[in-house]
Design a protein around this ligand. Structure first.
Ligand code: TYD
Ligand code: MG
Length: 453
């Protein structure tokens, strides 16, 4: 008999394993009941190749790899990685299908192939010809870039000693498989085992390894979630399908901060770095239009200016509608209620639509006052001056509360030509000097008087 074979039933969402079939008790707590899938495990655990064992040593003498980072040629990606990729690190790039993961990885592979050849790009999803077409479109013809359409990870592993790549891209982790495992590619067992094998490769052979994985932030797709604890860095690539704007966010990073984000724009010839995101979001801003305000949202440590738009129209019948794009629906409803109750703007019979222009997303309370003012401005048909930034969190009693990072936000606004800002009064008590004219307000009512006289 070859090893010990056993039958387990595994949850495809969270990886829970049980000797009996049924639904997953772990996921049941979150209100979903995925069925456990039969899986044959045999021959004991497979071992990934390991780095040679060492001895304990004084902390100060431990060699670090952080100094040997390699630039990927995409400044925004390097920023999120913490200043380039660390050799022998394992990086997972997750995101919805079609968001641009393959494009990002191919563009990164180009510069890596120029800096530290060779780079091996394993495409397990598209044919080599398809990737070649994309590379042609992106103008990539690096000689140090090796392309291989292969789904069998053990075949890839066997070639690595020969090829000796300095960086490896596996696109995607759901489509590669290990033939000695019985479950299908993309199943939790395969994804986890392939991930562990690739970790061994990255650490053992010192290859910087990138994995693409289809997953949304909520982890709706099985697989990559189980990889998160395994890999060194998890980046999510997000954006609206029909907008060019893409954000790369670190949710875990053993070699850098998780506060940084990278901003890209998907164009005809691949991903372009957006060095000035505020300018990108404000480029089509209407002048002197009622219902539009500019707010600043901290994306990681970077302040980014967004245009918020509100449209308030008389409801034709029944319950008035609230439609929100790019902001939190419940938060907007709360703010509209505050506007009605504390500032006497009667919205009970009005439909309200709120949108962040350009496909952006604001999730910070600092944008509250901007939402309130945009709705009031649309209701009153009176524009807010277009060179004013509006900042402040709004509480249920109509008070305007302090925001963090005020100075950085004001500096960004001043650099883009804004002349004034309406900010929480409580942010101002230390007598600091600001690069633009600043007016403090303590309540929504005061803000309305300041901005919509
Ligand atoms: P892709 O990198 O294949 O996404 P993923 O690997 O995340 O599934 O990118 C897919 C989308 O990007 C596709 O809809 C076409 C678009 N795209 C461009 O708009 N311009 C380009 O230069 C490229 C290469 C892709
Ligand atoms: Mg792809």
């Amino acid at each position: 008999m070859k090893g010990r074979e056993a039958l387990v039933y595994r949850c495809q969402q969270c990886g829970f394993a049980s000797p009996k079939p049924g639904t997953c008790p772990d996921c049941a707590r979150t209100g979903v009941y995925p069925a456990l899938v039969e899986e044959r495990v045999g021959g004991g655990p497979r071992r990934a190749p390991r780095a040679p064992h060492g001895r304990p040593q004084p902390l100060g003498e431990v060699a670090t790899e952080a100094g040997k980072r390699v630039a990927t040629g995409l400044g925004e990606l390097d920023r999120v990685l913490g200043g380039g990729v660390v050799p022998s690190s394992l990086v997972l790039i997750g995101g919805d299908p079609g968001i641009g993961k393959s494009t990002l990885l191919l563009q990164a592979a180009r510069a890596l192939a120029a800096a530290t050849p060779p780079v091996l790009y394993v495409t397990a999803e598209e044919s080599a010809a398809q990737v070649r077409l994309r590379a042609d479109r992106l103008g990539i013809g690096a000689p140090g870039l090796l392309l291989w359409a292969e789904t069998d990870l053990s075949a890839v592993e066997a070639e690595l000693a020969e090829l000796q790549p300095r960086a490896l891209v596996v696109d995607s982790i759901q489509t590669v498989f290990l033939p000695d495992l019985e479950s299908a590619p993309g199943s939790v067992a395969q994804v986890r085992e392939c991930g562990a094998r690739l970790l061994g490769i990255a650490k053992g052979l010192g290859i910087a390894t990138f994995l693409a994985g289809h997953v949304t932030k909520e982890g709706t797709l099985a697989g990559p979630r189980v990889l998160e604890h395994l890999v060194d860095t998890v980046l999510y690539f997000e954006g609206e399908q029909h907008h060019a704007y893409r954000v790369l966010r670190a949710v875990k990073n053993r070699f850098g901060s998780t506060n940084e984000i990278g901003i890209f724009q998907m164009g005809e010839r691949g991903l372009l770095e957006v060095k000035n995101p505020s300018g990108f979001f404000l480029r089509e801003r209407p002048r002197d239009a009622p219902g539009s305000t500019i707010v600043s949202s901290l994306e990681g440590t970077r302040p980014v200016l967004f245009e918020l738009q509100a449209l308030v129209t008389r409801a034709s019948f029944g319950t008035p509608r609230r439609t929100v794009l790019g902001a939190d629906y419940n938060r907007v409803c709360l703010l509209l209620a505050v506007l009605e109750k504390r500032a006497g703007v009667p919205l009970g019979s009005q439909d309200v639509f709120v949108n962040v222009a350009g496909g952006g997303r604001v999730s910070e309370p600092a944008a509250d006052l901007g939402i309130v003012i945009a709705a009031a401005s649309s209701y009153l048909e009176r524009p807010v001056r277009d060179d004013v930034l509006v900042l402040g969190e709004v509480g249920l009693t109509g008070e305007v509360r302090a925001v963090v990072g005020l100075e950085a936000r004001l500096r960004e606004a001043a650099a883009l030509g804004f002349r004034a800002a309406v900010v929480p009064a409580s942010n101002l008590d230390d007598g600091a000097r600001f690069p633009l004219e600043v007016q403090g307000v303590a309540t929504v009512d005061e803000a309305l008087r300041a901005l919509l006289p």
